[in-house]
Design a protein around this ligand. Structure first.
Ligand SMILES: CC(C)(COP(=O)(O)OP(=O)(O)OC[C@H]1O[C@@H](n2cnc3c(N)ncnc32)[C@H](O)[C@@H]1OP(=O)(O)O)[C@@H](O)C(=O)NCCC(=O)NCCS
Length: 140
């Protein structure tokens, strides 16, 4: 049975690391196996939402926020074999629940833009980003 949980109390860290080993994301930290940094980043997040098939962790996402004005969603991912079943939307709903007052920003990966459009997000006309390296996501 599929269930959603919020918070870190339910988190088995090795399961979370395995999830991102498969999905990527988390600023490349899974790829470089910097698991302690992933743990620290998630512990410091405002809200964490996870999707479970029984005891299996099948998706996750997190919200960074001041709780008052703004929020940013990062690292929303679902295992490939569980995609297109409504789980990504379910995680997004959990993250946004009780946070309807926030101005929420996010950056999509290439190819997932329409997922966010279908979930009520609009492209921002003046969004900017600064990374400590060149990225195919940034325009001159
Ligand atoms: C993006 C992602 C989280 C979506 O999760 P998901 O569980 O497959 O999405 P859902 O099943 O909840 O989809 C909700 C709606 O969005 C649509 N959708 C999902 N992924 C889509 C995509 N890549 N492009 C267009 N539409 C998409 C679904 O068809 C569904 O549409 P409907 O309401 O018309 O039925 C998932 O594909 C994923 O983990 N991708 C790899 C990691 C990644 O790139 N994450 C984004 C980080 S910003």
């Amino acid at each position: 049975m599929l269930t959603y949980k919020t918070g870190i109390d339910c988190i088995n860290w090795s399961k979370l690391f395995q999830l991102y080993d498969r999905i990527g994301l988390v600023a490349g930290l899974a790829k470089s196996r910097e698991y302690e940094k992933i743990k620290e980043a998630f512990v410091q997040s405002y809200k964490l939402a996870t999707a479970w098939d029984g005891d299996s962790l099948v998706g996750a996402g997190r919200l960074l926020s001041d709780g008052i004005c703004y929020g940013m969603i990062f690292d929303l991912g679902v295992l490939p074999e569980y995609q297109r079943m409504g789980i990504g939307r379910g995680i997004l709903d959990q993250l946004l629940q009780n946070n309807e007052h926030l101005r929420v920003h996010l950056t999509s990966t290439f190819g997932t833009e329409d997922f966010y459009k279908k979930n009520g997000f609009k492209q921002h006309k003046t969004a900017f980003a600064k990374y400590p390296f060149d990225s195919e996501y940034l325009m001159d």
